[in-house]
Write a protein that binds this ligand. Structure first.
Ligand code: C2E
Ligand code: MG
Ligand code: MG
Ligand code: MG
Length: 281
């Protein structure tokens, strides 16, 4: 019977899945292979204290270069990793690798440097997430206070009590929490208070609207005011121009990240960049 239906079923599925779905499945297979073959890497983008102009940390960003030398953007492959569950081992690898680099930077003399690491909801929801985090911190011998996890605000939309408890547990370890892409989701102000986080990352959409003459610049200003009210540190992402930097500094945003300061770069390059940034004051 299996034989009789087998072929018909296969062609039925391959037609029904459509081209796009087959492409996604192929990409997932390639992603798994790349992960096993250690073909994934991290790039690091400096985070700057706006008042002093000094680097205070870096964000770790996942990079995938295929065997054919093509760079696949994380916005394409992270959703696949999330849907398939691959994000759990992959996310652990990101955390561990970023913490190893943080350890190295500390040894090079960059004491107190902070490493920001993106965490997917699918990864955060895993029951083993906090023990895994503790294990990685211990293995890499980095101070919890130097590690920050970036979560997007849609996390607040699901099981708010469970999320709040888990965030509290993580902050008790001393690890900081940032809300990524802030302003693009739906979290209410009361949710923001309940969540107890350390930092808000102003989404780059609001930063790009920031021109002194542009009335839309009000949104970033509102987020900064909200952050001050809640005693949070604000960091602006996607800062590309001097005018944006000045605007943010004037409105009281403490930190920034973006092409104006530096692009995401491999770890060796970050080490050189840091040495130079410190030397040149
Ligand atoms: P994100 O966490 O909001 O990261 C910031 C993105 O903005 C990065 O894109 C970065 O390269 C880009 N960017 C930085 N400065 C500028 C700028 O001045 N202008 C512009 N136009 N863009 C800038 P990237 O590296 O392509 O990452 C995209 C997203 O993929 C990230 O957004 C994050 O949500 C996700 N992602 C990256 N790595 C990881 C990871 O290890 N784990 C998880 N779960 N997600 C990750
Ligand atoms: Mg991020
Ligand atoms: Mg972001
Ligand atoms: Mg973003």
């Amino acid at each position: 019977q299996g034989k009789r239906f087998g072929r018909g079923k296969a062609s039925y599925f391959s037609d029904a899945l459509g081209h796009a779905a087959r492409e996604r499945m192929r990409m997932l297979t390639d992603l798994r292979a790349a992960f096993s073959a250690e073909r994934l890497s991290l790039a690091f983008q400096p985070q700057i204290d706006l008042a002093s102009g000094r680097p205070v940390g870096a964000e770790a960003l996942l990079r995938w270069e295929t065997d054919e030398g093509q760079w696949i953007p994380p916005d394409q492959f992270i959703p696949l990793a999330e849907q398939s569950g691959l994000i759990v081992p992959l996310g652990e690898w990101v955390l561990r690798t970023a913490c190893q680099q943080l350890r190295r930077l500390t040894e090079l003399g960059h004491a107190g440097f902070r490493m920001a690491i993106n965490v997917s909801h699918a990864q955060f929801r895993e029951p083993g997430f906090v023990p895994m985090l503790e294990r990685v911190l211990a293995d890499c011998q980095v101070a919890a206070a130097q590690v920050e996890l970036e979560l997007t605000e849609s996390i607040a939309m699901e099981q708010i009590d469970a999320i709040t408890a888990k965030l509290a547990e993580i902050r008790r370890l001393g690890v900081a929490i940032a809300i990524d892409d802030f302003g693009t989701g739906y979290s209410s102000l009361s949710v923001l208070r309940q969540l107890k986080v350390d930092r808000l990352k102003i989404d780059r959409a609001f930063v790009h609207e920031l021109e002194p003459s542009n009335p839309e610049s009000g949104i970033a200003q509102l987020i900064v005011a909200l952050g001050h009210q809640c005693n949070l540190i604000m960091i602006a992402e996607g800062v590309e121009t001097e005018a944006q930097r000045r605007c943010l500094l004037t409105m009281g945003c403490q930190e920034a990240q973006g092409y104006l300061f530096a692009r995401p770069m491999p770890i060796r390059q970050l080490e050189d960049w840091m040495a130079e940034a410190i030397a040149s004051g």
